[in-house]
Design a protein around this ligand. Sequence first.
Ligand SMILES: [Zn+2]
Length: 181
Amino acid sequence: MSAPEVLTEIPPRCRNPKCRAVRQPRRHTGGYDGAAGYCRPCWDRWYRAGKPGSGPPDPRPCGDRAAAANAKRLEERAGRVEDFAELRSWGKSIAEAAERVGVSLVTAGKYETELRDLDGARRLNERRQSAKEARMEDLAELLSCGRPLEEAARRVGVTMRTAGKYAAELRRRQQREQVAA
Ligand SMILES: [Zn+2]
């Protein structure tokens, strides 16, 4: 049993200069939480670090370790999904690809759905992009024939707001071409 603490402040504060938390009275055994002049969290860190003369090590920033672990898990998962996608693209069955990557069939099913959704979203985006390009081309042509923007918008089937955006985009492209030329 170590000697009882000599408290110089009431209520006592943690003697770690970076902390200085007010130490709470212990409910049943008397005295204050923590020991050796430190509050409980500081004392715990100090004790775990082997009671260094430099005092308690700083606490880890909140959530740091969890965030790092989570990022690592996500990265590993992304790697497995990628491997799975490649095996599938070689014509391997879901079961075969699952076994090679080392995941359960249930997980493989999730990967499969994810990849299909991803593919669908990419194709949809491509379709949208090409439809937009076609509308912009039509708009550019109408404008170059001297049609007012309002009429061009109506003929292409976009709102004035969208037509305005297209016109601005076309001007930017023209400027880029002129710079490049
Ligand atoms: Zn403290």
